[in-house]
Design a protein around this ligand. Structure first.
Ligand SMILES: [Zn+2]
Ligand SMILES: [Zn+2]
Length: 393
């Protein structure tokens, strides 16, 4: 396996990644992380714009020759998780942890800035690259907020790429697919209002718990009876709260859950189906119901040409056979989808799992950690993808 970044760069990537890992910050609080990024850009003499969508930073690097503008994104936020680790770079903020690998992404994009600065001619044969350090990927819609602030128009972005380290793929491989890769993420809350009363005299009540139980069961038919078996959809009720005494039928119940869809068709149809099921069941039991349905991410859909750029980059750096589609599609959500709705692009995985080193814990696990070889690999592939895109366009 040939790597195209030198050992100094590799050390820098590890140093930054560990520093960020040790000082994780939750969504829209990435102030120190953003300061680390802007200090780094200042040292390199790269102009930037900061405080976009609270803590976001963008930097445009121009080759000086006319061409397209490619946006490259890294997310910076951590998660509200207690880290279980004995590593010296373990989080010093109790209950906050880089459990998704966004520390790696930030470090890699900082590394790309250094690489471009050192050898702009090879990496940017023409055109421009827009580095985007984004806040709040984890349920904070940071991508949407950066787009709302006009960065795509201001910098004339033509295409976008982003990587994610991925422990379900072994280090040394790159996961990329054409078309849908990650799911749309919707969130719903259902409030059921019944009539409370004595647990021994149900005839005078409308029981929101029984109604809620039937709603949970009926919601399962969205996937089992309304979804094309070749399409993908998940409906999960993750929270059900009601009552607090053994002999009282309560007044209300509240259900919370998530819907994940993959195709445009399911993305459009499922919310309406959910509404009909919930209202129909509540009506049958004589309960009142209110539904709050919120859409966060759209499906993450790769443009085949852009996916091809990433595949070529991976083969050039890591060799034939380095590209995989295994464990590459997921029902998880990704807010990079917001960029992909606006411009053609590709979101891809850089393998960071390593069974022999015990680095097998899934993302969002309190034991999550990555094989740090994925840092230099990620940077090399990213750099090559940037070069290929700008050269071809
Ligand atoms: Zn995550
Ligand atoms: Zn993530």
């Amino acid at each position: 396996m040939k790597l195209t970044v030198n050992s100094d760069r590799t050390q820098e990537l590890i140093r930054y990644r560990r520093l960020i890992h040790k000082h994780p910050e939750l969504r829209y609080e990435e102030n120190k992380t953003a300061a680390l990024v802007t200090d780094h850009l200042k040292k390199l003499g790269i102009n930037f714009q900061d405080k976009i969508a609270e803590t976001g930073v963008v930097a445009l690097i121009d080759s000086g020759k006319p061409g397209k503008t490619l946006l490259v994104r890294a997310d910076m936020d951590a998660l509200p998780i207690f880290e279980e680790s004995t590593a010296e770079y373990k989080s010093v903020h109790d209950g906050v942890m880089h459990a998704c690998g966004h520390d790696a992404h930030t470090s890699i994009l900082m590394g790309l800035a250094t690489e471009i600065k050192e050898d702009i001619r090879s990496i940017l044969p023409k055109g421009k690259v827009l580095l985007v350090f984004q806040p709040a990927e984890e349920g904070g819609q940071g991508a949407d907020r950066m787009i709302e602030q006009g960065i795509l128009e201001k910098y004339n972005v033509d295409a976008a790429i982003a990587l994610h380290v991925w422990n379900h793929i072994p280090v040394g491989k790159v996961g990329v697919v054409d078309g849908p890769m990650m799911a749309a993420v919707d969130e719903f809350t259902i409030r059921i209002s019944g009539v409370s009363g004595h647990g021994a005299m149900p005839q005078h009540t409308v029981d929101p718990i029984v109604t809620g139980a039937h709603i949970v069961t009926a919601l399962q038919t969205i996937v089992s009876r309304n979804t094309d078996p070749l399409d993908s959809c998940v409906v999960t009720v993750g929270s059900f709260h009601s009552g607090n005494a053994f002999n009282v039928i309560p007044e209300t119940a509240e259900l919370k859950g998530t819907v994940r869809t993959y195709s445009k068709r399911m993305f459009e149809e499922v919310p309406e189906r959910l509404r009909r099921v919930v209202e129909g069941v509540a009506d049958a039991f004589g309960a009142e119901v209110g539904i709050h349905y919120e859409r966060t991410n759209r499906p993450t859909i790769n443009e085949p040409y852009m996916a091809d750029i990433v595949r070529k980059a991976s083969v050039n750096i890591l060799g034939q056979g380095s590209v995989t589609e295994e464990n590459t599609k997921s029902m998880g959500g990704e807010d990079f989808s917001a960029f992909l709705m606006k411009v053609p692009g590709c979101y891809f995985f850089v393998g960071s799992g390593n069974e022999t080193k015990g680095l097998i814990h899934p993302h969002h696990s309190s034991k999550f950690d990555i094989d740090e070889d994925s840092l230099s690999i990620g940077l090399s592939v990213l750099k090559e993808a940037v070069r290929l895109y700008l050269e071809e366009n």
